[in-house]
Design a protein around this ligand. Structure first.
Ligand code: PMP
Length: 456
């Protein structure tokens, strides 16, 4: 019934004729998903795949949650929409819950997507400085390899040229620093013998650009889609110190890391820092409904709330914080709390890290990085030279996993050669048995590389 009256061939034909796929317009054979339950997706032929990427780093509470569907239906029947220049109960309750989860004093601005949430952060940061008599502070510092969204400002912040060059000019004023990438240290150093140069570089850039021109720094707690690049443990607090020294706002993009993925409620809580602005999306509803939020430290909000001043934040988002998405988010968070899924994510992450270690024996696995319940497996041609694995080898592992019923992802990068990191971020409801299936399947997929190369 989910397919309507069309059979698979007809659907595929219509898909080719009518649908513009994200990223790859020429995907000749997409998985046509028709149902999901727990960690599993079923396609139109009845094949089942373990969703090793939670869709796109988002379906954290798993597929097929009837409680969420019911919460959405109930809200639709009661009050489907009301704008947030007035107010409604689900938005008030959700804002309060998010502040509780952040553990600080924040104001919440709702939008629809991660990109939206970051745009809001940039605009609030610029306006804040403006209202504080520092109108020249308009630039942001972000990192190469990072992704912050597809709108013009968020793309400006993004550090992957191939996502940008055909669309320029983008939002301006974004400077990039090298990522905190110990496996391929951009400063040619080794962790333990370095001065955390990847953090120190912010201070240089702030001085080179002129501190009076810098509005903020935007970063994810770890670079996720760019290859699960986990910084040294002291990195984030060092960046925080530098921001404080120069009056620069720290914006933490928790679009992927937030809502438990990191093994804590928010990724930055692993590093004991308090951001000025936190952006969140994906896991806020586990993707059951589009929603995002920008949390702004209450202290920053002061300059926006004084009466009688021209200090309105001139930004309206029709669907942002709509009652249905807020009700879905509230139910999603209730499930996470009741089923202790943040703790479960932390446990699963530790198990995954431990079990994946065996893969390091494979000659094509150079590095394995985990953060909470996500992992990046960096594929190389040789452990000694660290030359990235040939794209065909990366594609082979992905295909062999899929053949065996496991869907995983891969990083994106400007240089296709560096799209050599397999990514994993399964739902938090993944069972121990399913985790074993993931690791066993990866082992089998990597083993096929050995068979091929030994027969050549
Ligand atoms: N920030 C990060 C870290 C992301 O991974 C993404 C999306 N993958 C975004 C922002 C943009 O979110 P959206 O696709 O909802 O606009």
């Amino acid at each position: 019934p989910a397919a309507g009256t069309w059979n698979k061939e007809e659907l595929l034909e219509k898909d080719r004729e009518r649908l513009w796929h994200h990223i790859s317009p020429h995907n000749p054979n997409p998985v046509i998903a028709v149902a999901g339950e727990g960690s599993w997706i079923t396609d139109i032929d009845g094949n089942r795949f373990l969703d090793g990427m939670s869709g796109l780093w988002c379906v954290n509470v798993g597929h097929g949650r009837e409680e969420i569907a019911e919460a959405a239906a109930e809200q639709m029947k009661t009050l489907a929409f009301f704008p947030l220049n007035q107010s409604h109960v689900p938005a008030i309750r959700l804002a309060d819950k998010i502040v509780e989860w952040l553990g600080g004093d924040y104001r919440i601005f709702f939008s629809n997507s991660g990109s939206d949430a970051n745009e809001v952060a940039f605009k609030i940061a610029r306006q804040y400085h403006n209202q504080n008599g520092e109108p020249t502070r308009h630039k942001f510092i972000s990192r190469h390899r990072a992704y912050h969204g597809n709108s013009m400002g968020a793309l400006g912040a993004t550090g992957q040229a191939n996502r940008k060059i055909k669309y320029e000019p983008l939002g301006t004023g974004f400077q990039h620093v090298p990522p905190p990438y110990c496996y391929r240290c951009p400063f040619g150093k080794a962790y333990g013998e370095c001065s955390i140069d990847c953090a120190r570089i912010y201070e240089d850039v702030i001085n080179w650009e002129g501190a009076e021109t810098i509005a903020g720094v935007i970063l994810e707690p770890v670079i996720t889609g760019g290859g699960v690049i986990v910084p040294p443990p002291e990195y984030l607090s060092k960046v925080r110190e530098i921001c404080d020294k120069y009056g620069v706002l720290l914006i933490v993009d928790e679009v992927i890391c937030g809502f438990g993925r990191s093994g804590k409620r928010f990724g930055h809580q692993n590093y004991g820092v308090e951001p000025d602005i936190v952006t969140m999306a994906k896991g806020i509803t586990s993707a059951y409904s589009p929603l995002s939020a920008t949390a702004v430290r209450a202290g920053l909000y002061e300059s926006f709330k004084e009466q009688g001043k021209d200090n309105h934040f001139r930004h309206v988002n029709t669907f942002g914080g709509n009652p249905v998405s807020c009700a879905v988010a509230l139910k999603n968070i209730e499930i996470i709390e009741e089923e202790k899924l943040v703790e479960r994510a932390e446990y699963l992450g530790m198990q995954l890290e431990h079990k994946l270690n065996a893969l390091l024996e494979c000659p094509n696995v150079g590095d394995i990085r985990t953060f909470g319940f996500m992992a990046g497996i960096e594929m190389v041609e040789s452990k000694q030279t660290k030359q990235p694995a040939a794209p065909a080898k990366v594609a082979q592992v992905l295909a062999e996993c899929k053949k065996r019923g496991l869907m995983i992802g891969k990083n994106s990068d400007t240089v296709p050669q560096y799209e050599n990191v397999l990514t994993l971020s399964p739902p938090f409801v993944t069972t121990d048995k399913e985790l074993d299936f993931i690791v066993a399947t990866l082992k089998e997929a990597f083993a096929t590389l050995l068979i091929k190369s030994s027969t050549v």
